[in-house]
Write a protein that binds this ligand. Structure first.
Ligand SMILES: Cc1cc2nc3c(=O)[nH]c(=O)nc-3n(C[C@H](O)[C@H](O)[C@H](O)COP(=O)(O)O)c2cc1C
Ligand code: SF4
Ligand code: FES
Length: 567
């Protein structure tokens, strides 16, 4: 009877309109839910049911999605206060408590959030779509105002930087394709279109370019797999999910020069014979999504995207897809599930996306920064790129450097720099009164290292020495911060962001956080340190995907480098 009533209930007209905009495509369920959430400010159960019926999908699938992504769960006006490592260091806990106290007197909601990709504005908040920071307790009431919330652009290099990707950042207007073209945009594509396709992959292989999203897989090798795969349809995916705590390099690139990213995706499409590409951008990056949207539209108008690009036989389209708040959607197979309109839960790998990706077809998934290097390599040659960096890792890297230093932010430098050089040269030294205590390198899925690592080169082999490079994030902590407390914050992050699909990660991260709660409170029992190490081994060896596996890294490194704190 109940089912009968539902079937005949009229679907809300607004929802029908939104669904029609997406041609009632069941895969567009996340976009439809996001747009509805933006329109109504909140998602109601009835509306989710209507979305399911408008897209002809089972209601449980729509509900499964609406409850998976954090941005869909809270009202749109909710102030999201980041409690990621950089913001935590700067008192985010007190700021959230102040908001919570204020919420009792006003109708503004507030809640904690994992890293917002605004670490250089720490403590950062998201007010609706507005990216704001640094927030301070005295001015919490003014959070919606643009007090000093200008997002840093890193237009000018600091001394010692070597810029490839951020060259001309000060000259290019990201909203104007002509200014990008004036500084070289689409020249690499033009060159590639006049040469055999094979040349692009050869140059990438020569360059030694490795993925900049964290795992460091050779980019040329991945493109070759897909180029050689026998299939009528192939896809390119640009991973702009950027949710690794302390990482905001892709945001800076999208803000500075969106056309460089589009050109990299186009080169991949041309090299492997694909016709469609996607940019999966985290939902919180609204202003960056607008820049990309404008860039796509302008590139289409100028004939650099779309059918028969610049009169050639090459046709290619780029589609922008927004995420909705889930760290796991940066993992490539979870990202593809999300793109296909499902909950962002990882797939078993192998098969890897290069052979079984979007819709089961050969698919390249690369990070934003990885794509952005491709035009430079095609323009200047693989050997030129290979000559920069060191033997373990060629080229430059965008590093984010945060914490107790004088000049937190982002810089571009060749691989091989050390923590000491990063602090002294790019960070302008430790903050007044601060002494180096430890660093968290590579993001939350990284390592907690002591001063013994100050002179270890950060490159492709540093992980073998116990220092993770990951996505290039570095947090410097002084004597006021305990590695134990930092580790507790990281475990809390993994616990919250675990997708829950497998038990070792779902329960393991929780139990690790509980053990650390006790240790931080000074109530550790004799077996806690051993239990923590056992949990780390369990996470590393038995988790289904990289999230749970890498949650072990900060535990193992902290215990190894600061053993006395755990005994
Ligand atoms: C939990 C998790 C989150 C990830 N998040 C991102 C991300 O935000 N951006 C990214 O490029 N890669 C991320 N990755 C790595 C991707 O799975 C994949 O390796 C990468 O996009 C490949 O691109 P690259 O080779 O150019 O680095 C993540 C991996 C895991 C396990
Ligand atoms: S390891 Fe964690 S994030 Fe990965 S599938 Fe298991 S529960 Fe999900
Ligand atoms: S925005 Fe807060 S840690 Fe990244």
């Amino acid at each position: 009877m109940q089912k009968e009533v539902l079937r005949h209930k009229t679907i809300n007209a607004e929802i029908l309109d939104i669904a029609a905009k997406y041609t009632n495509d069941p895969e567009a369920v996340l976009e439809v839910l996001l747009e509805l959430h933006a329109l109504r400010g909140v998602l109601k159960e009835d509306d989710v049911g209507d979305v399911a019926r408008a897209l002809s999908i089972p209601a449980e699938r729509a509900f499964g999605i609406s409850t998976f992504y954090s941005m869909l769960q809270a009202p749109k006006t909710t102030i999201r206060v980041c409690d990621g490592p950089a913001c935590w260091l700067k008192g985010a806990g007190d700021i959230l408590s102040t908001y919570k106290a204020q919420s009792l007197e006003s109708d503004l909601d507030s809640e904690r959030s994992s890293c917002l990709g605004l670490c250089d504005l720490a403590p950062a908040v998201l007010v609706g779509e507005m990216q704001r920071g640094p927030s301070d307790i005295k001015h919490v009431a003014e959070v919606g105002e643009d007090r000093n919330g200008r997002i840093p652009k890193y237009d000018h290099p600091v001394q010692g930087e070597k810029r490839i990707l951020l060259q001309h950042a000060e000259d290019i207007d990201p909203y104007n394709i002509d200014s990008a073209i004036e500084f070289g945009a689409y020249q690499a594509l033009k060159k590639a279109l006049a040469e055999p396709k094979e040349k692009i992959i050869e140059e990438l292989e020569t360059s030694g370019l490795r993925g900049r999203g964290g795992a460091g897989f050779p980019v040329g090798k991945k493109w070759r797999f897909v180029a050689e795969a026998k299939s009528d349809e192939k896809f390119i995916i640009c991973n702009a999910d950027e949710s690794e705590p302390l990482t905001f390099k892709d945001r800076v690139l999208m803000d500075a020069n969106p056309h460089k990213i589009l050109e990299g995706i186009l080169l991949a499409g041309y090299a492997v014979g694909a016709q469609d590409g996607f940019i999966y951008i985290r939902g919180e990056y609204t202003s960056q999504a607008k820049k990309l949207e404008t860039a796509i539209q302008q590139a289409e108008e100028k004939g650099w995207l779309g059918e028969n690009i610049q009169g050639s036989e090459f046709s290619f389209h780029i589609h922008l897809h927004r995420g909705a708040g889930a760290y796991i959607c940066g993992e490539e197979s979870a990202l593809i599930e999300s793109l296909e309109g499902k909950r962002g839960e990882p797939r078993i790998r192998p098969p890897y996306p290069a052979s079984y990706g979007y819709h089961g077809e050969p698919t390249i998934v690369n990070n934003v920064e990885s794509f952005a290097y491709a035009p430079e390599i095609v323009n200047h040659g693989g050997n030129w790129f290979l000559s920069i960096g060191n033997q373990t890792m060629s080229g430059t890297k965008l590093f984010t450097l945060l914490g107790h230093i004088n000049r937190p932010g982002l810089f571009e430098a060749p691989y091989g720099i050390t923590l000491r050089k990063a602090i002294e040269e790019f960070g302008d030294g430790m903050s007044p009164g601060s002494n180096f205590h430890f660093a968290l390198t590579g993001g939350a899925a990284g390592t907690i290292v002591s001063s013994e690592y100050l002179d270890t080169p950060i490159d492709g082999s540093s992980i073998d020495k116990g220092l993770a490079l990951g996505s290039g994030a570095i947090l410097i902590c002084d004597q006021t911060v305990s590695p134990l407390e930092m580790l507790r914050e990281l475990m809390f992050f993994f616990e919250v962001e675990s997708c829950g699909k497998c038990t070792p990660c779902r329960i393991g991260t929780r139990n690790a956080r509980i053990a650390l709660d006790r240790m931080v409170a000074g109530k550790k029992s004799n077996g806690d340190a051993k239990a923590l190490l056992n949990l780390a081994e369990l996470l590393k060896n038995s988790s289904f995907c990289g999230l749970g596996q890498s949650a072990a890294m900060p535990i193992l490194s902290a215990v190894s480098n600061f053993e006395q704190l755990f005994l």
